[in-house]
Design a protein around this ligand. Structure first.
Ligand SMILES: Nc1nc2c(ncn2[C@@H]2O[C@H](COP(=O)(O)OP(=O)(O)OP(=O)(O)O)[C@@H](O)[C@H]2O)c(=O)[nH]1
Length: 409
């Protein structure tokens, strides 16, 4: 990794432990970067913009801060956007409107990139943006955006402060969902609870500034992150010094491969109630969160018959679309519509026929896709039991009971 203050090197071919940005002939992968205030988002972007990776990466940020205080080959001013072209192949773009229209325009004017990084404003909820790019034909299809290639969501990365992140999460747990503090679903406006939504919606967490923190605080922060989102990979960093292969080209939304680490998490029972405390002995105590906070629920499933698989689909649809448990699962059905809010779900579903399916969901959208027979790498790493992981609000044990009774009977 290069020093961010050193001179910007010339474009060089990609090397060993650099991201494997397999160039898709039709899609440009897009990574959303979010993070707690002051956690090191700009530091991460600066690292990407100056590292010798040899890829043509467009980094899109709301406005240039010190991140863009880097040597540029040329500057293009284009009405709504300013673009700095860097010696390592990156393009640093400042776009007022980080919406898709601006990205489309950029792709039309500058040609296709190897990767797009989209920085969200501090404390913005990445969920709505991820939802916008995931399974939206408007952006997937090259023709519809008038570009050489379409856009495909690759992953969501969150930078968390190893010193203050835990405190922020605890405060958010205490206030999330309170009257007057709720956060706009549509705008992702700032407000209490946002740090938890960032954790919940992320595929990779960079726990930064570990040099300023203590081992006990770091362990407690990691435990709190796992409590909210057991499926995310967590990397400890100093000055966001991370192997880019961990954050770019991870295909968190299109492949079963990224699911593997989540299934090796030592917590079988991630969701806690006020009377339940199950932790691995080496782990510090997870903060005692109130039930209304964002948490996760992991449900193990045996191999399913075709009818059980169909029942699972109905259950997921009801929970994600209507925010309630299916009626047939009384007495749990007394949970009113909207009481459950799933921000993210993932899963591996095994069928009695031997087939394996991957569940991916962002808010109300989800898909269940079979793992291709030729995807041996992904298949061989999977465990023998299936599992569904739900991340969101209102995920009590009644949700687990409902799923099991609806599907297994
Ligand atoms: N000691 C130490 N300082 C760091 C580290 N990472 C970042 N910093 C410093 O922390 C400060 C904030 O880092 P930024 O990268 O600007 O954080 P940010 O998340 O972009 O901040 P906002 O955009 O304001 O939310 C800067 O002064 C960085 O130099 C780290 O790992 N260790």
């Amino acid at each position: 990794m290069g020093d961010s203050d050193s001179e910007i090197p010339d474009l060089v071919p990609a090397q060993g432990n650099e991201p494997n940005l397999a160039k898709s002939p039709t899609r440009v992968p897009l990574t959303i970067i979010c993070g707690f205030l002051g956690a090191g988002k700009s530091t991460l972007l600066r690292r990407i913009l100056t590292e010798r990776h040899g890829y043509r990466i467009a980094v899109i940020m709301n406005e240039f801060g010190d991140t863009a205080d880097i040597e540029a080959k040329s500057i293009t001013v284009d009405g709504e956007s300013t673009t700095l072209e860097l010696a390592n192949g990156c393009l640093c773009c400042s776009i007022k409107d980080t919406g898709a229209a601006a990205i489309e325009k950029l792709m039309q004017k500058q040609g296709a990139f190897d990767h797009i990084l989209l920085e969200t404003t501090g404390l913005a909820d990445p969920g709505p943006i991820a939802g916008m790019f995931w399974h939206n034909e408007e952006y997937i299809d090259a023709q519809s955006i008038g570009s050489e290639k379409g856009i495909a969501l690759d992953g969501v990365v969150c930078v968390v402060d190893a010193v203050f992140g835990l405190k922020q999460m605890e405060e958010d747990h205490a206030t999330d969902g309170e009257e007057g503090h709720s956060v706009s679903e549509d705008t992702g406006a700032k407000g209490p609870g946002e740090s938890l939504r960032q954790i919940a919606g992320s595929d990779v967490i960079i726990l930064n500034k570990v040099d300023l923190s203590t081992e006990s605080t770091i362990l407690a922060t990691e435990a709190a992150i796992k409590h909210v989102n057991p499926t995310a990979s967590i990397y400890r960093t100093v000055r966001a010094d991370i192997n880019l292969a961990h954050i770019l080209g991870i295909q968190a939304y299109s492949s079963g491969k990224h699911l593997t680490p989540s299934f090796s998490v030592p917590h079988e029972h991630q969701h806690e109630h006020e009377h339940e405390h199950e932790h691995p002995s080496s782990s510090p105590t997870v903060p005692h969160y109130v039930a209304r906070g964002i948490s996760s629920l992991q449900i193990s499933l045996p191999p399913l018959s075709p009818s059980q698989f169909a029942a699972l689909d109905v259950w997921i649809r009801t929970v994600l679309w209507e925010g309630r448990l299916p009626d047939s699962t009384s007495p749990q059905s007394k949970i009113s519509e909207g009481a459950i809010q799933v921000l993210r779900c993932k899963g591996l579903i095994l069928l009695s026929s031997g087939e394996q399916h991957v569940l991916q969901g962002v808010r109300s959208m989800y898909e269940i896709n079979p793992i291709a027979d030729d995807d041996d790498g992904a298949k061989s790493e999977f465990p023998h039991a299936g599992k569904v992981v739900l991340i969101g609000k209102g995920l009590g044990d009644e949700v687990r009971d409902s799923l099991l009774s609806s599907v297994i009977g």
